[in-house]
Design a binder for this molecule. Structure first.
Ligand SMILES: Nc1ncnc2c1ncn2[C@@H]1O[C@H](COP(=O)(O)OP(=O)(O)O)[C@@H](O)[C@H]1O
Ligand SMILES: O=C(CO)[C@@H](O)[C@H](O)COP(=O)(O)O
Length: 465
């Protein structure tokens, strides 16, 4: 059997799938956790990759003919002339560069000019804002930066033969802030303007191209951002919206045309197949439920049970879940807010309010993506760690106000990375056609009141940060 290895080096963990390159059947999978936090020693990702590979069946690893890597977007991996990190990587959810983002947008001529140049309005997540933060706050380190990579670039090069020059793809490049997304070319001038000098940038590999080979001779594909890889893994069609509930919450859709939303609500990324991936990203997603479970002293199943005991209005309790600052809506210094707590509030109400907040924030994101593409979705698909939750699945259709398509829990970023690898191996014009996961459509009466209550709190807290 010819196998493709798909790796997802995501915010919380690295996941690896061994997949039959002909039909996409998963034959083995493993995961290893990453250190927590919004700045991480990139060496920890490489160690986790080595660990996850060592855990895969060696006999099957020997049959791997192609490797692909999907990774958390935007993270700044700044390397010196000896290829050593000048500091820990700053991740997409690190908001210290919010001021730098505002400065760069102003320097580029304002939000619409910024979106016209790179496809998106810069927020603190984008790599380029982290380069500016570095210049302004750690100038000695900034001066030593010779090259800037993204997390997936680093991992893909780690898996390639020694001496391979770094590479990336247009999907992940479109989240840097120094890439003209509509034209598909680097803007080294924008990287230089942020950092103070021009760093080396990885070579761009075309969708489906062969980027490198492993020491054993397997093909290495370009890799891509995790959201682009998820779109490939789900074989997203033009009338689908993908909702991912991982560390971030994401609503995305593939589009043949680039988007340049000057309001900054929708980021106009490229996808991994030659098109575009308009997307809305929240910073607080699965973590809302992790925190709630911790506070209530239960596990995820227990939290789901509790939430389903409460009422749709959660006994009047409403949560604005922007605990770690937020990006959609853009409130980098926000904190969480609870309202409606009374002597009658139960643990079940608190649990329910957490799910409602998560789903309402994603419902906003879905509406915004639909408005940007102008395509009413045929399917809204749910993936990511928190999509495993019984309560998320039960409550999503009413809150999102649309039928929701669920697939078996799985690692769809890693699957997409494996599909890209199989594509590069085949040398075909398009990715291989694999039978998609079995899908189930969940329906419920829409509950606009839940969203209205959430929207009211969202607006009331707008001026608090
Ligand atoms: N049954 C569940 N209910 C709610 N959250 C869950 C469940 N299973 C996993 N998660 C959460 O999903 C998150 C991991 O999702 P994942 O998509 O792998 O994240 P990332 O790709 O950002 O690393 C963790 O926060 C984890 O606690
Ligand atoms: O910043 C974004 C997208 O713009 C995030 O979606 C990251 O790509 C991290 O993804 P997960 O680890 O949550 O999957």
């Amino acid at each position: 059997m010819t196998l493709a290895l798909g790796i997802d080096t995501s915010t919380q963990s690295v996941k690896a799938l061994l997949v039959d390159a002909d039909d996409g059947t998963v034959v083995a999978q493993r995961a290893v956790r990453h250190p927590a936090g919004t700045e991480v020693d990139p060496q920890a990702w490489l160690a986790a990759v080595d660990e996850v590979l060592a855990a895969l069946p060696p006999a099957q690893l020997r049959d791997v003919a192609a490797v692909g890597v999907g990774g958390q977007q935007h993270g700044m991996v700044a390397l010196d002339a000896e290829d050593r990190p000048v500091r820990d990587a700053l991740l997409w959810n690190d908001t210290r560069s919010a001021g730098a983002a505002a400065d760069l947008v102003a320097e580029m001529g304002g939000p619409q000019a910024c979106a016209d140049a790179i496809g998106s309005v810069l927020v603190a997540s984008f790599t380029v804002t982290k380069l500016r933060w570095l210049r302004d706050h750690e100038p000695e380190r900034a001066a030593r930066v010779a090259r800037v990579l993204l997390p997936h670039d680093l991992v893909a090069r780690h898996l390639s033969a020694p001496g391979t020059d770094p590479f990336t793809d247009r999907g992940d490049a479109s989240g840097t802030g120094y890439f003209a997304t509509a034209e598909g070319r680097w803007r080294p001038d924008l990287a230089a303007a942020a950092l103070g000098h021009e760093p080396d940038l990885p070579r761009l590999v075309a969708p489906g191209g062969v980027a490198a080979h492993t020491p054993d001779g397997a093909v290495v594909s370009a890799g891509t951002g995790d959201n682009m890889a998820a779109a490939l893994g789900m074989a997203l069609g033009p009338d689908d919206v993908l909702v991912s509930l991982g560390t971030s919450g994401v609503a995305s859709a593939v589009s043949a045309r680039p988007v340049a939303d000057g309001t900054g609500v929708v980021t106009g990324f490229a996808d991994a197949a030659g098109g575009f991936l308009p997307m809305v990203t929240t910073m607080n997603a699965a973590g809302i439920l992790d925190l709630q479970a911790q506070w209530l002293g239960v596990d995820h199943d227990g939290l789901a049970d509790l939430a389903l005991e409460s009422t749709p209005d959660a006994g009047g309790v409403v949560l604005s879940p922007y605990y770690g600052g937020e990006r959609s809506p853009y409130r980098p210094t926000a904190t969480g807010t609870w309202t409606g707590l009374t002597p009658r509030t139960t643990r079940a109400d608190l649990a329910r309010a957490a799910y409602t907040a998560l789903l309402c924030s994603l419902a906003d994101a879905v509406d915004q993506v639909v408005a940007a593409t102008g395509v009413e979705p045929r399917r809204v698909l749910l993936v990511g760690g928190a999509a495993r939750s019984r309560a998320v699945r039960a409550l999503a259709p009413a809150v999102l106000g649309r039928p929701v398509t669920v697939v078996p829990p799985g690692e769809y970023v890693a699957l997409g990375a494996a599909r890209q690898a199989a594509w590069a191996l085949a040398g075909s014009d398009a990715p291989p056609t694999w039978a998609g996961p079995e899908a189930e459509v969940l329906e419920a009466e829409p509950d606009p009141q839940v969203r209205a209550t959430y929207a009211d709190l969202r607006e009331r807290t707008a001026s608090w940060t």
